[in-house]
Design a protein around this ligand. Structure first.
Ligand code: PFF
Length: 456
């Protein structure tokens, strides 16, 4: 399909940065802390780390290998490597559907961040009573127009950047702002653990209460790990196709996974102590960071109003940029599909995606307010969509990717890819272990976790 010569990433650092740019986003800062809160604290973190290392990392390697070997986009990669087998041709379409669904509700959270950036610009939190700053979220999210408007604004900006072909600009910007976000999270962490009452939050994250462990913990932890590493969505396959043939994919994949893990855990430690200090219920809802972080800024604002105001602006700006780079890569998948297959121009494809995904996003946004009573299978629209994507579709797609490498590609090809054609002796030595993880451990674990999630 793609006959043009594909670009290559410059070097190892460029590869890790690009992959980390896609991986680090709302998944780490917004989704991880509330998943931890909903699924028992330390227990969730332990299962999350284990599933990242034992399952997600092999899946990550599998996706990079599929991309690099096929040298094409996610949908055509399976078709090409399976010599146009009808099953794999069809499976490739999932890699289009999933990012489109995710982009629709991802931008609702992007919209919340935008609203909080605007609030920060007026130094809203620094002059507020901390409790008032944390309860602000409830009335905002349940209102009708502002969250919808913010979602549409965020999504329009994302789609506009994709339409204008100016994504490299924001991606360059993200390379500066992501380290800033990292530093800010560390600073917030230090401040947050020093708040009165924060100790309970730290204990919650450090002392596992095994009675909290249920079969669901595994499904949610694995789904979170896939979401956070952008797995099961074609993104890493696409990035893999840009990776140089000589690159050591073990280093780049492990580097990205560790980076992403660290970011999430730091965000958890920055937010959970503040949650306890503010007396917020840790399993509250997707709004956890929008309740706890303003509390931190308001507390800080009582003594250092200017600093608190500035930090909150930079923080929400950085969150938006991290969210935007991720959201751009989600939208790009659907746009390039429509351009290639439906022969639409870039602008028309963008408009169509804006209408489709933006529309679904509006419903998701309203499900926190006027449509809160609409429940399907006991879940509001937003929760349902997130659950279907993260706990079902991502698992299915990740399973297909890892099984494809473990069972469909010849062992020799996998070995060639993993060692970059015998370039790396260490990779050669550990290949039997990695192949075992790819062929047996990861697929079986995904299948077991997938079914226990439904049966138990
Ligand atoms: N990994 C991103 C996050 O953690 O926020 C979400 C994401 C972005 C998933 C881009 C997939 C993707 F293609």
């Amino acid at each position: 399909m793609v006959s043009k010569k594909r670009e290559h990433f410059g070097g190892r650092v460029a590869v890790i940065l690009a992959m980390a740019g896609s991986a680090i986003g709302l998944g780490n800062i917004w989704r991880f802390p509330y998943m931890v809160g909903e699924h028992g604290g330390a227990v969730f973190i332990i299962i999350y780390v284990l599933s990242t290392l034992l399952i997600s990392l092999p899946v990550f390697l599998a996706e990079v290998m599929i991309g690099r070997r096929s040298h094409t986009n996610a949908r055509d990669a399976f078709a090409r490597l399976s010599r146009q087998h009808p099953f794999w041709k069809t499976a490739g379409y999932l890699t289009i559907l999933i990012p489109m669904l995710i982009s629709s509700y991802y931008s609702v959270i992007g919209g919340w961040s935008l609203e909080y950036l605007f609030k920060s610009c007026g130094f809203a939190f620094s002059g507020m009573a901390p409790e008032a700053a944390s309860t602000l979220f409830g009335s905002f999210v349940s209102s009708t127009w502002t969250p919808v408007l913010m979602h549409l604004l965020f999504f329009a900006a994302t789609v506009g950047i994709v339409a204008g072909g100016v994504r490299s600009g924001i991606e360059k910007f993200s390379k500066i702002i992501l380290p800033v976000l990292f530093v800010l999270i560390v600073l917030i962490l230090i401040y947050s653990v020093s708040l009165p009452g924060a100790g309970a939050g730290v204990r919650y994250l450090m002392h596992p209460d095994w009675s909290q462990l249920t079969p669901r913990t595994f499904a949610y932890a694995m789904g979170q790990s896939f979401f956070s590493l952008s797995l099961g969505m074609g993104a890493i396959i696409t990035y893999g196709s840009y990776v140089n043939k000589k690159e050591n994919i073990l280093v780049t994949s492990t580097g990205t996974a560790v980076f992403d893990l660290l970011f999430a855990i730091l965000a958890g430690f920055a937010i959970m102590p503040a949650v306890f200090a503010a007396g917020i219920e840790p399993g509250a809802c997707p709004g956890l960071i929008f309740q706890s972080i303003p509390y931190v800024f308001a507390k800080m604002g009582a003594t250092l109003p200017v600093l608190s105001g500035i930090v909150s602006i930079v923080f929400f700006l950085a969150v938006i940029v991290a969210a935007m780079t991720s959201s751009i890569s989600l939208v790009e998948v659907g746009v390039s599909f429509l351009m290639e297959r439906a022969r639409l121009s870039r602008v028309k494809a963008c408009l169509l995606i804006f209408a489709l995904c933006g529309g679904v996003g509006v419903l998701c946004s309203l499900s926190f307010g006027p449509l809160a009573g609409v429940k399907i299978a006991g879940m509001a629209i937003f929760d349902l969509l997130d659950w279907v994507c993260s706990n079902i579709l991502l698992l299915v797609m990740a399973l297909l990717a890892v099984a494809f490498v473990g069972w469909i590609l010849p062992r020799r090809v996998v070995h060639d890819e993993f060692t970059s054609h015998q370039l790396y002796p260490f990779n050669d030595r550990i290949f039997p272990l990695v192949y075992f993880l790819l062929k047996w451990v990861a697929p079986i674990a995904v299948v077991i976790i997938f079914f226990t999630n439904f049966i138990l």
